[in-house]
Design a protein around this ligand. Structure first.
Ligand code: ADP
Ligand code: MG
Length: 287
């Protein structure tokens, strides 16, 4: 079994009127069966309202399935007794860094998690240092968080989760509120967690270009996993992605259009460098 596995997972939000009668039911996750292996870098794409956050909230037992099952590190999240283990195995980073940082000083903030876990003080400081180094924020350890940029704050939040030594980190649109530089730094830090620290990463985003380095990409639509594959497999299906209302990167659209016009280019080009190289190879551009 993978580190996160779901079987026919369904989640319904039920809205009731003042008398408690059911007014409306939204099936936010609709029969999702996925299996994520330890060490994988998974990206979940999907337009607003496709069910990404609802699915993510099952991954550390913030929500419990209406039907079906989810196991995190082999443990069924609907069993109350497993919650402590599950929250330790799977840490969550949210969109808004301001809601996640509570410490007055960066290092203190990062230390909260391990402190709550009852880790001895000396080890807490080791973990704080190692986690801040992993996200490139160690030199700010004595700073006040409100002196930091959005991207820096978000990396501190990631360090806070990392300090709990989770097997898996789930990041729900961690770059949505950041400027382009902040986004780049956060994505770089997330890649390093996976590459260097071997943490399983589940990155939820609606920016396609942030998913280039994922091992696998899931695309959600209407509560279902509509597509699954490597980034190349996913991004070569431009028409399908447009149907699923995703923002396809400009360079991917351009390469797709050039191919349609008869140029011989591989499908699923994601970066300018890749396009330039492919064009040079075909002699459309001089090297
Ligand atoms: P995403 O993260 O992909 O934007 P969500 O999981 O937030 O999607 O939402 C999926 C669906 O569930 C949407 O139709 C949304 O309106 C609905 N939804 C989300 N949260 C709630 C809630 N607390 N109560 C009722 N409906 C909700
Ligand atoms: Mg969301």
């Amino acid at each position: 079994m993978g580190i996160i596995k779901t079987k026919n997972l369904i989640y319904e939000y039920i809205r009731r009127d003042d008398e408690g009668n059911v007014e409306d039911i939204v099936k936010a996750v609709d029969d999702v069966s996925i299996n994520i292996h330890a060490g994988e870098f998974i990206a979940i794409l999907g337009h607003n309202g496709s069910g990404k956050s609802t699915l993510a909230k099952h991954m550390n037992a913030i929500l419990n399935p209406t039907e079906g099952t989810i196991w995190v590190d082999g443990k069924d999240t609907s069993n109350e007794e497993n919650i402590w283990d599950i929250r330790q195995a799977a840490g969550m980073v949210f969109q808004n860094p301001d809601n996640q940082i509570i410490g007055q000083v960066v290092e203190e903030d990062v230390g909260f998690g391990p402190e709550n876990m009852g880790i001895p003080t000396k080890q807490i400081w080791e973990r704080v240092e190692e986690s801040l180094k992993a996200v490139g924020m160690y030199k700010y350890c004595k700073f006040s968080p409100n002196k930091l940029s959005g991207g820096q704050k978000q990396r501190v939040s990631i360090a806070g989760v990392l300090a709990m030594h989770p097997k898996c980190i789930i990041l729900d649109e961690p770059t949505a509120m950041l400027d382009p530089n902040g986004r780049k730094d956060v994505i770089r830090a997330v890649r390093a967690l996976n590459d260097v620290e071997k943490v399983t990463v589940i990155l939820i985003t609606h920016y396609m270009e942030e998913t280039i380095y994922a091992d696998r990409v899931f695309v959600m639509d209407n509560g279902k996993v509509a597509m699954e594959g490597t980034p190349k497999e996913i991004f070569s299906q431009v028409e399908r992605l447009k149907e699923l209302r995703l923002d396809v990167p400009q360079v991917t659209l351009l390469a797709h259009e050039l191919s349609r016009q008869g140029l011989n280019l591989p499908a699923g080009i994601l970066t300018t460098a890749e396009l330039v190289e492919a064009m040079q190879k075909q002699g459309y551009l001089r090297a």
